[in-house]
Ligand binder design. Structure first.
Ligand SMILES: [Mg+2]
Length: 304
């Protein structure tokens, strides 16, 4: 069973979850309701040595990546971070200062985002060759100043414009470094966009799998067709249009808005660019010089 089949299997269980689950698996965070108007959003991410970072990456790199990935999902909902729980399983024999350095870095970064780490667990693998495995479970609350409204992947409507923040592609350099480790979760930007245009902001996701994949999630959850204009994509450095479409780990916001809304081309000093439009139908279409191209036949595959 591949990842998508497993996700579909998990989602087949959604109807068994009961009424307390106000946002079931399928979005950037899940949501639990605790009575009228009280919703807690939560999500968990993991970082595995040798998969998401080099095995011997510093504890500071593990800390930054695991908390920032989770915070990017909070941004995707235009929600406010509340706090995080973190686990670390490390190989026996790892240097004694790994744990304190990990904790210090975690505390420093989480505090910047007003997301205190208020609990967790540590364990050691018996095998000294096992890679570090760290997780962050982040809790978040909807924005009170927006009457508790939060964004999901399911609100895109035909006629909407598709926008992204920042720049896309080339997140992972050949030496393993790059934007995927230095990105700033767009928590403040998401709140600012939502507060600026309110209910004209219809749907949102953070870009982790690659633009086409993630826009595909919006298309599926919203039941619409998404058209991306490859000439419009804001590209990072020397990234090609194909890389901007398919590279992962941009951790930017992709969102759809009512076409009557005027968005600024920059907010909080972060560029905002219109990259396409939403239509009736299904799937993701790429326009190149105004002509539809089938990206799946061109080998633009998810790289990370
Ligand atoms: Mg996400």
């Amino acid at each position: 069973m591949n990842e998508f089949e497993l996700i579909n299997h998990v989602r087949s269980l959604n109807e068994t979850l009961g009424s307390r689950v106000v946002l079931p698996p399928g979005d950037d965070l899940g949501g639990l309701g605790f009575g009228p108007g009280v919703v807690v959003l939560a999500g968990v991410d993991q970082v595995i040595g040798g998969v998401h970072l080099p095995v011997d990456a510093s504890p500071e790199r593990y800390a930054r990546k695991v908390i920032c990935r989770s915070l990017s999902d909070v941004a995707a909902m235009a929600a406010l971070p509340a706090g995080a729980l973190v686990t670390a399983a490390v190989p026996v024999g790892l240097s004694a200062d790994w744990g304190p350095r990990f904790a210090d870095a975690l505390n420093r970064i989480a505090t910047q985002y007003d997301c205190p780490v208020f609990g967790g667990d540590v364990a050691a693998f018996a095998n000294s060759a096992a890679p570090p495995l760290v997780t962050a479970t982040v809790l978040a609350s909807p924005d009170d100043s927006m009457s508790g409204r939060f964004l999901t992947r399911s609100g895109a409507q035909p006629g909407d414009e598709i926008w992204v923040s920042g720049f896309l592609g080339g997140s992972l350099r050949s030496d393993g470094s790059g934007h995927h480790e230095t990105f700033e979760p767009r928590v403040g930007l998401a709140l600012a966009i939502h507060r600026l245009i309110g209910e004209s902001l219809h749907s949102m996701i953070d870009l982790s799998d690659g633009l086409v994949s993630d826009v595909g999630h919006l298309a599926v959850e919203s039941g619409v067709k998404m058209t991306l204009e490859s000439d419009s994509l804001p590209r990072r450095g020397a990234a090609t249009p194909a890389e901007a479409l398919s590279d992962g780990e941009d951790y930017e916001l992709c969102f759809t808005v009512d076409p009557s809304v005027e968005l600024p081309d920059c907010l909080d000093e972060i560029p905002l660019v219109r990259i396409g439009s939403v239509h009736s139908g299904a799937g993701v279409v790429i326009l190149e010089d105004g002509v539809e191209v089938d990206f799946s036949s061109r080998g633009w595959e998810h790289r990370t």
